[in-house]
Design a protein around this ligand. Sequence first.
Ligand code: ADP
Length: 648
Amino acid sequence: MQSTVVETEKIEKPIRILLIEDNPGDARLIREMLIEAGTVKFDVIQIESLREAFKILDEEYFDVVLSDLGLPDSWGLDTFVRLHTHAPEMPIIVLTGLNDESIGTEAVREGAQDYLVKGHVDGDLLSRTTKYAIERKRVEEDLLMEKKFSDSVINSLPGVFYLFDNKGQLLRWNKNAEKISGYSHEEIKNMNILDFFSGEEKKIMAEELQEVVAKGEATAEAKLTAKSGNEIPHFFTGLRTIISERLYLVGMGMDITEIKRMEEALRESEEKYRNLVERANDGIVIIQDGSFKFANSMMAKMLGYEIEDLEEEKLLNFVSPDFKDRVKENYESRQKGKNAPTHLELEFIRKDGKILYTDVNMAMIEREGRPADLVFIRDVSERKRAEKERERLNEEIYEKNKELEQIVYVASHDLRSPLLNVQGFSKELKYSMEELSSLLNDDQVPPEVQNKLKPIFEEDIPETLEFIQTSILKMDTLLGGLLRLSRLGRAALEFEDLDMNSMLSEIEKSFEFRVKEAGMNLSIGELPPCVGDAVQINQVFSNLVDNALKYRDPEKEGFIKITGVREGDQVVYCVEDNGIGIPERHLKDVFIIFHRVGQSTVEGEGLGLSLISKILSRNNGKIWVESEEGVGSKFFVSLPVTSDDDTT
Ligand code: ADP
């Protein structure tokens, strides 16, 4: 191996040349020629075989290789091919003989930078060729780098990249284009951009392309038709560009399947909600800053307006004056984050001036980044009207009742005095008749007259008078009963917590004698307290115990059992006996005034149970009965529990 540094003044860094030449004469000639050129400093290292070349190329840096093709270990074009394969990035100039110049041309085709024909070279040509070879290789390398870089950029793009000429012929595209379309590189090479579209969209895209050519750029949404026939929605961009005075179009396509799917899902869900809101039977509105930002058609209908009439209008403009303060207060507390009711009863004024009664429910939502109210408004006008009607009827019934009681009171009270007169005069009539009958016994009265009148005076008239007397008594009892009943309705009540154990033990005491006399057993269980008027409730239980005594079965050993249990907000007491019981057909009538089951043997007015029933209804209680003829009866009384009784 020989090394020569060929010095020149102009360039400091020498060009390192690897000269592969086994002919020493040729080698010397080349070195001398390089000196002769004199413009550049060359550092020439000469070796003689391909094997040596491989070794030194692996170890050292060279700017260029000058290689003879006929070497001891390699011959002809093969020498170049092997050398080029070993060091692909190295610029190689092939040296050929006069006879084998064609090999030089072939070598250039295979990648050699140039060839020189030995014997036809001078210093200048050799120096220039060498420099150009190095330069060309560098430019080639740069271009390659540039291409590699742009390839990697294009391939790393998320979508499809394409470059095509003004006829639509594809020139460059990225890997994604192959992956997404399913076409191979070879297939795409021969394809036109419009081959990726089908049907109507092919036409549209052709027009779009015209637009890019005309305007310089355009975008379009279209479905890319893959080789498989799959249609994939894409968003395409196109840009007109001029390269080497020729027009090209470049652009990208982004897969928008997911966006489309989301748009569709959003559209569906919006439609679903719109349907829900529009078909709702309630008014649904969004209120922000006190104004309607949205109202469904039901709301507009309820108020008698068109939807447009409500938009941006103040809610308060539609609220009835009596309710404005309530709405304002509620709104302000909600604004301040205070706990305000989310459910209100509100009255609105309709366009026709009528009142719209509503139940309102609201929830805080966010609208355009600020708080707003989503409000559901239910028209309860029907219910309100029914409630008002019921109230009115109740009032009317109450008034009528009072009136009736008054009539009953006046009638029963005032009828009593004429009745007393009738009673008095019938008594007087009786005395007169007795006098008459003693006069009849006088001897002066002829016997046939006596015989005729005696049965009238002594039997018919006294019998009639007896009937009159009993009827008067009966009527008096009835009037007395009516009077008591009407007084009951007028009596002032004093509700208090009642200790039923002590009340019933008092009642027990007052009945002690009669119970004993009747040979009965009265037992009283533990009784929960209740609320009521002490005098009246006492009367209820006294009456029930009295009835149990009156309607006992003399054939049996009688008992009366009083118990009580709490059931929810009521206490249910039971007065049970094993008396004669009530036939089923009479059960519902026993609470009707003057109704008796027909026991003439037992004294009574048929008034007790109707009094009890009235008392209980005034004391917020109830009475009902279960009974079986010949077995016994159970009278149930329910009354409200005391407020502080939390036992269950
Ligand atoms: P009265 O006892 O004055 O007839 P009530 O109104 O107290 O009037 O009772 C109405 C009717 O109900 C009674 O006539 C009687 O037939 C029936 N009755 C009431 N309590 C009992 C009972 N404990 N056992 C059987 N029958 C009863």
